[in-house]
Design a protein. Structure first.
Length: 126
């Protein structure tokens, strides 16, 4: 959970300059650009997850700081599309089933969450 908080702090910090850019875009487009504020979080978080978790380190900066990485059960590398899908399924499961869905990790043999079980991934210590 600490890695999650670190990563979302980074995403929040990245949202600041993008928010400023959207503000000026809204002025230039007579207010139409301001509709991007509704999509600001996914505009930042999706590429962040795809580039970090789907990159060579197979971990976000928060995960790396805590010595974690994501692996596929078949041994192949996690590509950016799978990393993004992993994040989207995580957000959807938390939105629909509440954060209590995190309790699933306490009862699975490899401590996998719902998105790990569905996508064939596991988070491991380095």
């Amino acid at each position: 959970m600490v890695a999650f908080l670190i990563d979302y702090s980074i995403v929040a910090l990245l949202m600041i300059p993008v928010s400023v850019m959207i503000f000026f875009l809204g002025i230039v487009t007579f207010g139409l650009g301001w509709m991007l504020y509704a999509m600001l979080f996914p505009l930042i978080a999706v590429p962040y997850i795809g580039l970090t978790m789907g990159g060579t380190s197979q971990a976000t900066p928060g995960m790396r700081l805590l010595g974690l990485r994501i692996e596929r059960l078949d041994g192949a590398l996690v590509d950016p599309v799978l990393a993004i899908l992993h994040g989207v399924v995580f957000w959807a499961a938390n939105a629909v089933l509440t954060p209590a869905i995190l309790l699933v990790g306490l009862f699975t043999p490899r401590k996998q969450l719902v998105q790990d079980l569905l996508l064939g991934t596991v988070v491991v210590r380095r």
